[in-house]
Design a protein around this ligand. Sequence first.
Ligand code: G3P
Ligand code: MG
Length: 225
Amino acid sequence: MRYPRIIAHRCGGDLAMENSIAGLVATKQLGCRAVEFDVMLTADGVPVLMHDETLDRTTRCRGFVAEHTFDQIRACDARVPTLGEAVGESQRLGLWMNIELKPAAGHEEETGSVVGRWLARNWNGHGVISSFSEKSALAGRHALPQAPFALLCDALPADWRARMERLNAVAVHLDAQRVDAAAARQLGAAGIPWAAWTVNDAGTAERLFSLGAAAIFTDRPDLFR
Ligand code: G3P
Ligand code: MG
């Protein structure tokens, strides 16, 4: 699997509101070819782009995403896109996508399954799917037997090979602050591409690329043009 070197985090990082269509457009305008975004289910099962379990930080409402219907969330902030809108726009712009399944607690399997089934019908496969939740990732994998998946974790876990095998993953995504030379060596020796989040300065990016990173996720794609 070939990775684009620079991936705009949460659609466009600091270029626009996080996880928004405006971020996708700004990313493209900057000449960046790849985005990452987070997908969560509303109370009525609509996959939307949302990072936090609550609406508090990114909209003018309060409470849990999983306890609000899609219409209620759109009324909180009209800029919250559905997965369909985000994938449609990314495909129109020719962007590579890391679709991160971000289930609310208790909705792990359902999120993987609903999103996976939707992607199976509508996604062009240009990118990779990931989740911190193994349950979610495996449910997504069940619906998408052919799609590329990445193992997403903080530090490289001791059982990374077994986890990759269970998911049939082709890559690993790691916390940039937790990547050390030993982890990089193990992945490099196994020929596994890896990417690190979230890298917002050139020095850290250089360190990671010299360790063998295939890609970085950044809120500052403007720094890496
Ligand atoms: O998927 C990479 C990165 O986005 C994981 O962290 O919390 O920003 O979703 P977070
Ligand atoms: Mg994310």
